[in-house]
Design a protein around this ligand. Sequence first.
Ligand SMILES: C[S@@+](CC[C@H](N)C(=O)[O-])C[C@H]1O[C@@H](n2cnc3c(N)ncnc32)[C@H](O)[C@@H]1O
Length: 332
Amino acid sequence: MIEKETITYIKKFTTAIQEDSLTQEEVEKSLNEIHTYFLKITGITGFDMKIEYLAAIPAAKGKALGLNHAAQCLLDYSRTVKFLKAIVTVILEKQKKQPGKLITIFYAGCGPYAPFITLVAPLFKPEEVQFSLLEINKNSHDSAKKLIDSLELSKYLKDFYIADAVTFKVPKPNTFDILISETLDALLYRESYVPILFNLLPQFSKNVILFPENVVINLSLLTHHKKDIGYEEYEMGSVLNVRESIASCSNSDAIPSQLRDKKINLSSLDMTIYENILLDTKVHIHGDIWLYRNESSLTIPFESALKKPLQNSSLIFTYFMEPEVELKYRFE
Ligand SMILES: C[S@@+](CC[C@H](N)C(=O)[O-])C[C@H]1O[C@@H](n2cnc3c(N)ncnc32)[C@H](O)[C@@H]1O
C-alpha cells in the first residue's frame, strides 16, 4: 500500500516542481515525506551509526561518499529540486523534438535512494524512458534496487552495475541520450566527478546531455571576513572550469594526475586591502539552472586568510587527481 501511495505522492511532487508551484517550505515538507517513505522501504535512514554506512569507498581516483551521506543528498533540498527540474525538462524537450523515441539515461552514482530515477520515472512510461544505473557501493546498490523493485519501477531499469565509474567501460555507450553523475562535493574535493568525466565522456556520443553540465570554481578577494559587516568582495574570475579543462587535455586514454595550473596575477592589485580569499563552487546543472553560493552543500564557499605582508605576485591553482582528488593553491 505504501508503495502506491509513494508513487502518487512522487508524481504530484515532481509535477509541482516542474510547474514551480511549491514554496520552499512545501518543498522541504514534501522531500521529508518522501524520505520517510524511502526509509520505510529500504531501512536506510541516512543517519545510522554503522561503520559500513559511514565509510567512504575508495575509487580508482577519489573516494565515493559513504552511504549515509549519499542518502542525505535527497534532503539537500535546492540541489534535488534543481536537478529534478532540469532532468525532467530535458526529457520533455527531447520527447517534443523526437516524439515516440525511447530516451535512455546512464546514471553513474545513484546512492541508496537513486532519486533521479525514483523521482523521475513515475512521470513517464517505461516505453518512453529507460535507465542504466551504476554505483560503487554495494550497500547503496542493494538499497536502490530494493526501492526500485518495491515502487514497481523495475520496468524502467535496463541495467544496474556495481562498479567504479572512473574505470567502467559502458556497453553500447552511443545508445545513451543523457548522462547523470552527481558525484561531487564543494570545491570538487575528494569525490570523483572530474575523473569520472575523463573516463565516461569520451565513451558517449558528442550529443549526450550531462548532468551537471559543468562545475566552475571562482576566486574572490575579501577586504574582511565574510561574516563581518561591510566586507567588500572583489571577483577575480574562475580558477577551475571543469569542462574547459577536460576539453583542453590531450586525447590520451590515461586520466591525467593533475589539470593544468591556473595562474592568477596579483601584481596590479593593492593587496594590502585584502584580508581573505574566498573560493566559490558554482554547479551548472543545465541551461539556465545553476546552484549558487550556499544554495546546497555542494556550493558552500571556502574562505582562508591571506598571509601578511604578501610578498608574492601570483596565486597558482592546481586540481590534482593523484594522490588525492583536491584543488590546491600556492603563492609564487
Ligand atoms: C553525492 S551522492 C549522490 C547520490 C544520488 N545520486 C543523489 O543525487 O542523491 C554520489 C553517489 O555516487 C557514488 N559514487 C561516487 N563515486 C563513484 C564512482 N567512482 N563510481 C560509482 N559510484 C560512485 C557514491 O557511492 C554515492 O552513492
